[in-house]
Design a protein around this ligand. Structure first.
Ligand code: ZN
Length: 335
């Protein structure tokens, strides 16, 4: 339980019951991500404390609820923490990422021994983990689904040049998937350990402290600007600078969110006379989750390389203290 900013308490609680149509998963691997770190540091407007947290996980089915036929006790599974309702206005439009119930009904609490997964998620966004895929890789289903959705919205052409701002977990996942699709990626970041990791992963890893990002981008694109830019840092300053990095007719995708009360401004002429398009992909649909599952099953991305360290659940405070100090990328928590 996160009881206050930067205070995690381990609690003994009775095991959850499997809801009708749902399952209980014994967590074998849970991953930290930027949202968890933000919540840990200063709380989250949608997640009042004290709260369970953690939402990227894979494990074994410990119990099944009434009517479950897809999974049996002991099955290894990988799930995401939400699923659309299928009946609201947005779901009927096929915009399931905007489902009015997708966020209110999401489950948290992957940093625990057991987590109850409701019927809707079991039916739509849970998969049998292939035996040659580890639990840690399976836990990437949710972050990868976010990135699949983001890239599907942007739909960059093969051989186009895409700038990725920020080399955290999401920046690197974007870069790896884009490169796999034949896109030339310029990945910008600052932290030396991440710059180094990105380089090791075969990415064009650029240190944004060396020269202004815009200068580097113009130099690499015959002075035109990139075909697209993806903002993965979540800083208002970077949001505002992103449209200056793309060519006339280019596209900018704001992947990382800003605080709910943040506002940003752009030069109107860039959007109108230069036809720069702005996008801000959010969350994912069941079809994105399926694509992410297929990518994991095909071992398409070296996911384990993104894990900096492994902690048993009892030492989760150590994992967050380290992340809070600016070290590491993703931590693997093993209950
Ligand atoms: Zn819905």
């Amino acid at each position: 339980m996160l009881v206050a900013p930067k205070r995690i308490e381990l609690r003994k609680e009775p095991p959850p019951n499997a809801p009708p149509g749902g399952i209980v998963v014994r967590v074998r691997a849970a991953l930290t991500d930027g949202t968890d770190l933000k919540t840990y540091r200063r709380g989250h407007p949608k997640i009042p404390m004290p709260t369970r947290f953690g939402h990227e996980f894979a494990g074994d089915v410990a119990a099944t609820g009434e009517g479950v036929t897809k999974f049996a006790r002991g099955d290894a599974v990988m799930c995401v923490h939400s699923a659309p309702c299928g009946v609201c206005f947005w779901c009927r439009q096929g915009e399931e990422e905007l489902c009015e119930d997708v966020i209110p009904a999401m489950i948290l609490g992957a940093y625990s021994d057991l987590i109850a997964v409701p019927k809707r998620i079991v039916e739509r966004n849970c998969f049998h983990k292939p035996t040659d895929v580890g639990y840690a890789e399976g836990a990437f289903l949710e972050p990868l689904a976010c990135v699949v959705h983001s890239i599907a919205r942007l739909a960059p052409a093969r051989d186009s040049t895409v700038v990725v701002l920020g080399n955290g977990g999401f920046g690197i996942l974007h870069a790896l998937l884009l490169q796999r699709e034949g896109v030339k990626v310029l990945l910008f970041g600052r932290r030396p350990e991440r710059l180094h990791l990105a380089r090791e992963l075969g990415l064009e890893s650029l240190d944004s402290r060396n020269a202004p990002i815009r200068e580097v981008v113009l130099e690499q694109t015959d002075g035109r600007g990139a075909d697209a830019a993806i903002e993965c840092t979540g800083s208002a300053e970077m949001w505002e600078s992103a449209p200056s990095l793309v060519r006339r007719g280019g596209r900018v995708s704001f992947f990382a969110g800003l605080p709910a009360d943040a506002s940003v401004s752009f030069l109107a002429a860039r959007l109108h006379y230069d036809e720069v398009t702005l996008l801000a992909p959010f969350h994912f649909t069941p079809s994105d989750v399926r694509t992410a599952f297929d990518l994991i099953a095909a071992r398409a991305v070296p996911l384990l390389r993104l894990i900096s360290d492994v902690y048993p659940l009892a030492q989760i405070t150590g994992a967050f203290a380290k992340l809070d100090a600016g070290e590491g990328l993703k931590m693997l928590i093993e209950p």
